[in-house]
Design a binder for this molecule. Structure first.
Ligand SMILES: [Cu+2]
Length: 346
């Protein structure tokens, strides 16, 4: 009897009360290989770009303790979280808090009060730290009341678009000037053809969560119409069909696609100069959707391309709620990089 009531008590608690997630996060210095000829000095949350995926449920409480292991100050802004009665957790330096100095920690405590595709990023010198140095990651908040089509989704795919200015790749503290020019563009931190194919099968219902981190985007998927269902996390009262989805910097759009057209399909930013690596085509914010079992002919540009399993966070999104690092996104620590260079010279 006592055992039964205890079980009931635990069950009621999990149903009625939010979960508390306590995470430790670091900010680390390192190098990100955006393309083989573009190694970029970045700051990575948990030493990776994109930062780790944080996946929680609407109403959950978060406590994130951030340790700044770099040589410049940073913060974290939780973009989309409303911070009701917790405005000091909004992560804006000199407005809601003092920036986290090198070697210091800061604990962000807040409720995941808004559902959907959210993100987090540094709010110090945003044009450089977020725009060019990789200080961003995804915060996915599952809704308490999903709309009907969300329940049909069997594959989650996150595509985050960012731009890079190669002229400041090697110099922290530079870049982000209005007159500076981005010449490399990427999806989840890597430019085509150095990123990964997305493998799907007929019948999949894929939710594309699109985020424009630091470049405007005109997202186009060949061979399929996309049903646009959510904007900045919230469900639209009238979802609509599109084959090009425009996003301005900071925006998130969710689109659900029924994979019903087997083949090999290009998936790209339709702002044309975003599809090159410093003018060299093909490159930039481009990747390919491959249906399983489609033959790969010799002339296929990605015939021997290895699929990076969690490149689009599909595996991480299947894991239990929490914070998920992704070894594929690890940056190379600066010290190691220096050692490697020295070795090469000797
Ligand atoms: Cu920063």
């Amino acid at each position: 009897m006592i055992f039964k009531s205890l079980l009931l008590f635990i069950l009621m608690n999990t149903i009625l009360f939010a979960q508390v997630h306590k995470f430790d996060m670091t900010i680390e210095e390192g190098t990100k290989e955006v393309a083989p000829n573009l190694k970029y000095k970045v700051w990575g949350f948990n030493g990776q770009v994109p930062g780790p995926l944080i996946h929680v449920k609407e109403g959950d409480d978060l406590e994130v303790t951030v340790l700044n292991k770099t040589s410049l100050p940073h913060t974290i802004h939780w973009h989309g979280v409303l911070q009701k009665n917790t405005w000091k957790m909004d992560g804006v330096p000199n407005v809601t808090q003092e920036a986290i100095e090198p070697g210091d920690t800061f604990t962000y405590k807040f409720k995941a009060d808004k559902p959907g595709t959210l993100w987090y990023h540094c709010h110090v010198n945003v044009a450089e730290h977020v725009g060019l140095r990789g200080m961003w990651g995804l915060l996915i908040v599952d809704p308490k009341d999903p709309i009907a089509i969300e329940n049909e989704v069997n594959k989650e795919v996150i595509l985050a678009f960012s731009a890079w200015d190669s002229s400041v790749a090697d110099s922290y503290g530079k870049g982000g000037h209005p007159q500076s020019k981005a010449d490399y563009f990427s999806i989840n931190g890597k430019a085509f053809p150095f990123n990964s194919p997305l493998v799907v099968k007929k019948g999949d219902v894929v939710r594309f969560r699109l985020l424009a981190v630091s470049s405007n985007v005109a997202f186009h998927l060949h061979g399929h119409d996309m049903l646009v269902t959510h904007k900045d996390g919230l469900p639209l009262s009238s979802p609509y069909w599109a084959d090009v989805i425009p996003l301005l910097e900071g925006e998130r759009i969710d689109a659900i696609v029924r994979m019903d057209n087997p083949g090999r399909w290009l998936n790209h930013d339709h702002i044309e100069h975003h599809t090159s690596n410093s003018g060299k085509m093909p490159g930039g914010a481009v990747m390919i959707v491959e249906y399983e079992d489609i033959e790969k002919e010799d002339w296929y540009i990605w015939k021997d391309k290895k699929v990076e399993k969690d490149y689009f966070f599909s595996e991480s999104m299947k894991k239990p709620l929490g914070i998920h690092n992704n070894p594929g996104f690890k940056i190379m620590p600066l010290k190691k990089e220096k050692r490697k260079k020295r070795k090469k010279k000797s």
